[in-house]
Ligand binder design. Structure first.
Ligand SMILES: [Zn+2]
Length: 131
């Protein structure tokens, strides 16, 4: 295995999934990882493996589509659902957050980046037949 291969294996491992692929795929994964990181430097991956029909490169499902929501939740932890008035008030505040321009911008940005990443992954998965 080349140093480059070790490097991309370690990088993908740190992102969540050590690649389970033939060694000669690693330079291709190195390029894919760099392209994805250019879109989202902190992206995570849940699976990188060889299947009968080629590369399978899966991004994990994400709980929040915008960083602002994680921040909002850290400042506004959800109350006990049994406390109905508090729960309703919290839901209303969350609804207000989701109607802010900042939130809508972040979600639109997140969706655009995610779509661009999915396109790159789809191309790599198709091309993996010829790797
Ligand atoms: Zn938000």
């Amino acid at each position: 295995m080349t140093d480059e291969g070790d490097d991309v294996s370690a990088r993908l491992g740190a992102r969540g999934a050590f690649p389970q692929v033939p060694d000669h795929w690693l330079p291709h994964l190195d390029r894919l990882d760099r392209e994805l990181a250019a879109i989202d430097p902190d992206y995570q991956v849940s699976q990188v493996k060889e299947t009968y029909d080629g590369l399978r490169f899966q991004l994990p499902p994400t709980l929040h589509q915008a960083p602002c929501c994680e921040l909002w939740l850290s400042v506004n932890p959800s109350p006990d659902r049994q406390d109905v008035p508090a729960w309703k008030a919290w839901c209303a505040r969350q609804g207000e957050h989701e109607q802010t321009i900042a939130h809508e911008r972040q979600v639109a940005d997140w969706r655009a980046r995610r779509a661009a990443m999915r396109d790159l992954i789809a191309i790599a998965e198709r091309e993996s037949y010829t790797w």
